[in-house]
Design a protein around this ligand. Structure first.
Ligand code: HEC
Length: 256
């Protein structure tokens, strides 16, 4: 029923660009803008259309609104939406674009929201966040596993190795969080829903990880046993928090 209520989006798109039958664009139909053929969740191009509709306070898609999104490169494959649609390729799929090198100038405006910062080859819009996050996630969680395993088997060398992973993992967490904030602001993500949950958990786990590392460090300095009750609690809680934060981050990138 909802699908039947909204075919004007595709009709308007088709009437505006008249893609030839059998081309990737005409075959994709609803998936030009949606992740699935039935509609619902929007892909990057669909999100841009939605943001543009909101910005124009419009409920009906028009050719003029579609034209406004042409200079943006929603899927960040180097080709603007306009160039991809003209070549009957999909503006929301980075694997679908014309053959050859994308035109160098004018630089494509890489953004999911109109008017936000564009990327540069040195600092892409993701600001390396998706790469750096794996350091705190992997190191801290692996460190936690080693510490638990070491305590369980009574092997101190495992605990020591675990603690160094915990330490480096914690120190990389603020770096990951900072790139995350830069990415949110550069890409103009609205701080709500999944993004808000991810940010909150990321900050909580960063605080937890740093506290764990600090506790371990100060115990070692004072010549005390590292593994106090509070240390174990912080260690396991932070590992769980960073796992959940990472999972939500993954949902933001790959969809649920
Ligand atoms: C040009 C891009 C575009 C195309 C093509 C398109 N849609 Fe959409 N669709 C959107 C946008 C943008 C929204 C959100 C509209 C809004 O918020 O006002 C939407 C909303 C919907 C919704 C409402 C559900 C929700 O999550 O809000 C359904 C269902 C839907 N589309 C189904 C379809 C189907 C089925 C097709 C193919 C016949 C289709 N759409 C083609 C862009 C498109």
């Amino acid at each position: 029923v909802p699908a039947n209520a909204l075919p004007p989006f595709w009709s308007t798109f088709r009437q505006t660009y008249l893609p030839k039958d059998g081309t990737p664009l005409s075959t994709a139909r609803c998936q030009t803008c949606h992740v699935n053929a039935a509609g619902g969740a929007r892909n990057v191009y669909g999100k841009l259309i939605e943001a543009t509709l909101k910005a124009e306070k419009a409920t009906v898609l028009t050719a003029a609104i579609l034209k406004k999104t042409e200079s943006v490169d929603s899927d960040e494959d180097g080709w603007t939406n306009g160039a991809e649609i003209a070549a009957v390729m999909l503006p929301g799929d980075p694997n679908s674009h014309p053959n050859g090198e994308p035109p160098a100038t004018p630089a494509a405006q890489v953004s999911t929201t109109p008017g936000r910062s564009s990327g540069s080859p040195l600092l892409p819009p993701h600001s390396f966040h998706p790469i750096i996050v794996h350091f705190p996630i992997a190191l801290f969680m692996f460190g936690c596993i080693l510490e638990v395993l070491g305590a369980w088997k009574g092997r101190t060398e495992l605990c020591t190795a675990g603690y160094f992973n915990v330490l480096i993992g914690s120190l990389s967490a603020p770096v990951a969080a900072t790139t995350g904030f830069i990415m949110v602001f550069r890409r103009g993500y609205p701080i709500e829903g999944l993004v808000l949950a991810h940010l909150t958990l990321a900050l909580a786990s960063t605080a937890g990880m740093l506290a764990t590392a600090y506790l371990g460090r100060s115990a070692a300095r004072a010549g005390r046993e590292r593994a106090s009750r509070l240390y174990w609690f912080l260690l396991v809680a932070s590992a769980v928090l960073v796992a959940v934060a990472g999972h939500l981050g993954g949902m933001l990138v790959y969809g649920s």
